[in-house]
Design a protein around this ligand. Structure first.
Ligand SMILES: C[S@@+](CC[C@H](N)C(=O)[O-])C[C@H]1O[C@@H](n2cnc3c(N)ncnc32)[C@H](O)[C@@H]1O
Length: 376
């Protein structure tokens, strides 16, 4: 099931809900995992930085895990932030787009909504997530079923020929990779010259909230440290420009996209502050305790304080970073001048064409699209 390089299209059914309006609750997607994978058990590991407690940070494969709860969180996140994050991204009809790390399809739904004629190859390493993604698309965007194929693969071993795609899109994936430049270099290989890569990442260093609380800041820091121990970087948003430049991309343009939520924006308070950000921090409680980063009472105090930012009188601010970069017209596909056609000789079927005439798209980064004004 979902073997690499085996395009699969979802079956169709009911209506596609309209994209979430700013500050309104997201559509009730039921992101339930058919076979959730458990969190890996922590193993003893030295702490990367000084800690007030003896730390036993583990090296799990993926800090968020693949639980039903995480699937729902990804859905809430994508739906609540759709306007903010997808504004300016619209791929032309007929263009080929690779979505890397599609997960449960939370962003795929918004991609097909914003680019109804594009042909999207959605890829993830998790078979269970791909099953959910296929089901979500069939339920909420049956009209797009024929335009999406599903691929189970590691993004470091892409089952596609050089220059197969007009565009690459990835959202909240680089933050989980130990070597983002290596990953981006591989993604550049499958882009045609002149094609674009769009990357969206968060940065937990951008969190500002009221009422402020050292205990709440500490629980956020525990999440950052656990993600680092898993090989990721929850502060990666600020690094998008050097990472993309280092991977050989040109015309790199990064813009911040800010979320600000207070009592005047109840949809954002619920959809983002509570169900996206606080839910994400809460989900690493067991790992933080097992690693010795905190004690139960300290953790609970921090979460209680953090929740105050979502109560009347509270406020919460977070900045995402959206980058668009171009594969230069000249130079080697993989940056080492040797090419990789032997290693990556399989074509993705309909995704193997080069030099599409559909290269231009509206993936703009206008100043207006980069502000929290999207939510006013
Ligand atoms: C935080 S989730 C984001 C999912 C989706 N982009 C979204 O915004 O809802 C990160 C996804 O990246 C996938 N992933 C992480 N490392 C990967 C790799 N090396 N190859 C393929 N997928 C990977 C995970 O399986 C997970 O589904």
């Amino acid at each position: 099931m979902n073997a690499p390089d085996q395009p699969q299209s979802p079956a169709g059914s009911p209506d596609f809900p309209a994209s979430s309006a700013p500050d309104t609750p997201p559509p009730p997607y039921a992101y339930a995992s058919p076979s959730p994978a458990p969190h890996p058990s922590p193993s003893p590991h030295p702490s990367p930085s000084p800690s007030p407690r003896p730390s036993r940070l583990s090296s799990p494969a993926y800090v968020h895990g693949y639980s039903d709860r995480e699937a729902r969180r990804l859905g809430d996140q994508a739906d609540t932030l759709a306007q903010l994050l997808h504004a300016g991204t619209a791929y032309p009809a007929g263009s080929t787009v690779l979505e890397v790390g599609c997960g449960v399809g939370a962003q795929t739904l918004h991609l097909v909504n914003g680019s109804p004629g594009a042909r999207i190859a959605a890829l993830d390493r998790s078979a269970a997530s791909l099953d959910q993604a296929r089901a979500q698309l069939a339920a909420h965007a049956p009209h797009a079923a024929a335009n999406v194929t599903w691929h189970r693969a590691d993004l470091h071993r892409l089952p596609f020929s050089d220059a197969s795609f007009d565009h690459v899109f990835l959202c909240f994936v680089l933050e989980h990779l130990p070597d983002p430049v290596r990953a981006l270099t591989g993604l550049r290989r499958v882009l045609r010259p002149g094609g674009t890569l769009t990357a969206i990442e968060g940065d937990h260093g951008s969190v500002v909230f009221h009422p402020d609380s050292p205990a709440a800041r500490r629980v956020i820091d525990h999440q950052v440290r656990l993600q680092a121990a898993a090989g990721g970087n929850a502060l990666v948003g600020r690094q998008l420009h050097p990472l993309l430049t280092g991977a050989g991309f040109a015309d790199v343009a990064v813009r911040p996209r800010t979320v600000y939520a207070d009592a005047s924006r109840p949809g954002l308070v619920s959809g983002f502050t509570r169900r996206t950000f606080i839910a994400m921090v809460e989900s690493v409680r067991d790992e933080a305790l097992a690693a010795g980063l905190t004690a139960p009472a300290d953790w609970d105090r921090g979460i209680t304080d953090l929740r105050r930012s979502a109560e009347p009188g509270g406020s919460f601010h977070y900045t995402f970073f959206k980058a668009v970069a171009v594969r230069p017209a000249d130079g080697p596909a993989d940056g080492d001048g040797r090419g990789r056609s032997g290693q990556h000789s399989r074509s993705a079927g309909s995704f193997s064409r080069v030099g599409s005439s559909c290269g231009m798209h509206t993936n703009s980064l206008t100043p207006g699209a980069s502000s929290a004004a999207s939510f006013t």
